[in-house]
Design a protein around this ligand. Structure first.
Ligand code: NAD
Length: 470
């Protein structure tokens, strides 16, 4: 049984810690935020992740998972310490590494004479682990023997446990055989189930994480650009993406057109990589373009809404989904919040719903300017449009006839492409999506939408709109 301490008990630290416990290790999770640790001690999770509550509870009951507000002793007792603190973007887009170095200092201060492995799990630029080694050597007042390794994390929020316990690969970056051996031992259960374990040097391990995230972000921006062209030529990006994705060299994942990528990783990591390259005198033009296209895509969603509604001022917009993706309450850099903010700027009012992310949203400045509905149908009531930004499973199953009957103007903006356009039109909705033709429902009589030019869309106010027969 390996004794592991997690420094940082956020999304990655908590999921990783609980999964390491599940794999048979003895894990202590600690965090600079002692309030968070106390909540965990009393059985409360700080965020929503499917299956996590049961995993935490099970491993606490087995005595393999503990939460400790005081990090010093937890570090002193551990053989392996994982740094899973945040590496948020600084004002210039670079990764802010202050928490990583603070965690490193804590490890040095609490490591006397015994071998200890410090593992950088946080996403940090190439050369960070080497700097940690130098920092440890410089501060080695207690004669601590602290080795450093890199073990980037690839879990995906919303399916974090599954993606941690069944990853596509485990990457280990190290400079000593002992560090590699220890990490291989921790990941042995995954290796035995056939997970490839790739051992390399520190910089390559750090680079694999950035290059992977940046590639996935690029794939999303690529299909979003193709989606725009699809609208111009009358193609349907969903079919195009499917046709592309069936080519195994391309693959179907991350090929869904939508409002642009968000979340705590893709925008931050792509920016950090671009910034890092610039510092080294290089330009990463593809990564820069992926970020540019993403910014433009968010703007395009505002224009699309404006066109669909014939102007945003005075409109009441029902926005479904606040989290940056389904099955999480994470709203960091969520396209939905960006869109809500832009709607408000344009003089619209916004009523929102999200199955999990409303408390986090309410706690923000923007969130105080939004209204919250108890469910998707309640949000739709008397709204001028329903805009679906996050593809929660429950939204996929909406009764579109009921939606049409509740809306003041039956306008549906399906920004994730989760509805069948024919079905939506038959339900009486004007259907707008990303990368496909807009289609008019039975309640409208206006000329077709023209891309790039604000066509005045006048709705026939259906007399029976509220009685369910639209
Ligand atoms: P998070 O903000 O959810 O959690 C970070 C935690 O670290 C917070 O609880 C914070 O209080 C704590 N912390 C900050 N400074 C500390 C210190 N000095 N000592 C102890 N704790 C400290 O962030 P996250 O989403 O878990 O991300 C952590 C790292 O993992 C980042 O580098 C991120 O890029 C990377 N990552 C995230 C994901 C993801 O899906 N969230 C996936 C892969 C990698």
């Amino acid at each position: 049984m390996n004794r592991i301490t997690m420094l940082g008990t956020g999304y990655v630290g908590l999921v990783t810690g609980a999964c390491f416990a599940e794999l048979g290790n003895s894990v202590t999770c600690t965090d600079i935020d002692s309030h968070k640790i106390r909540r965990l001690q009393s059985g409360e999770l700080p965020f929503y992740e499917p299956g996590l509550a049961a995993l935490v509870e099970r491993n606490r009951a087995r005595g393999r998972l503990a939460f400790e507000p005081e990090p010093g002793p937890a570090v002193a007792e551990a053989q392996v310490v994982f740094i899973a603190v945040g590496t948020p973007p600084g004002a210039d887009g670079s990764a802010d590494l202050s928490a990583v170095f603070a965690a490193c200092h804590l490890v040095v201060e609490n490591s006397r004479n015994r071998y200890r492995l410090l593992v950088q799990k946080s996403t940090a630029p190439m050369g960070t682990a080497r700097q940690l080694r130098q920092e440890i050597a410089r501060r080695n007042g207690h004669g601590a023997h602290v080795d450093v390794a890199v073990n980037p994390e690839f879990l995906r929020e919303g399916s974090a446990i599954e993606t941690f316990l069944h990853p596509d690969r485990v990457v280990i970056g190290s400079e000593t055989a002992r560090a590699e051996r220890l990490l291989r031992k921790i990941y042995l259960p995954l290796a035995l189930q056939g997970t490839p374990v790739l051992a390399t040097n520190l910089e390559s391990a750090e680079m694999i994480k950035y290059a992977s995230n940046c590639f996935l972000a690029t794939k999303i921006s690529y299909i979003n650009e193709i989606a725009d062209l699809c609208e111009t030529v009358g193609a349907d990006v969903r079919v195009v993406a499917r046709g592309m994705g069936l080519d195994r060299r391309i693959g179907s994942k991350f090929l869904h057109a939508g409002p642009g990528f968000g979340g705590s990783c893709f925008p931050k990591d792509a920016q950090a990589l671009v910034h890092f390259a610039a510092e080294k005198g290089e330009r990463l033009r593809i990564a820069e373009a992926a970020l540019d296209v993403n910014r433009a895509q968010r703007e395009r969603m505002v224009r699309k809404s404006d066109l669909a509604l014939g102007g945003l001022r005075g409109r009441r917009i029902a926005l479904l989904g606040l989290a940056f993706k389904p099955n999480t309450d994470d709203i960091r850099d969520s396209p939905a919040l960006d869109l809500a903010e832009r709607y408000l700027e344009h003089g619209a009012t916004v009523v929102t719903h999200d199955p999990e992310a409303m408390p986090n949203t309410r706690a923000t400045l923007l969130g105080q300017r939004l209204s919250y509905a108890t469910g998707p149908y309640e949000a739709a009531e008397d709204a001028d449009a329903l805009v679906v930004v996050t593809d929660w499973e429950s939204y996929r199953r909406l009764d579109l006839r009921r939606v049409a009957s509740l809306l003041r103007r039956p306008v549906l903006l399906d920004l994730r492409g989760i509805y069948d356009s024919q079905h939506a039109v038959e339900a009486g909705l004007d259907y707008h999506c990303v990368g496909g033709p807009a289609r008019r429902g039975a309640n409208h009589h206006v000329e077709p939408l023209t891309k790039g030019r604000a066509t005045i869309v006048r709705a026939k106010e259906p007399a029976n709109a509220r009685n369910g027969s639209a």
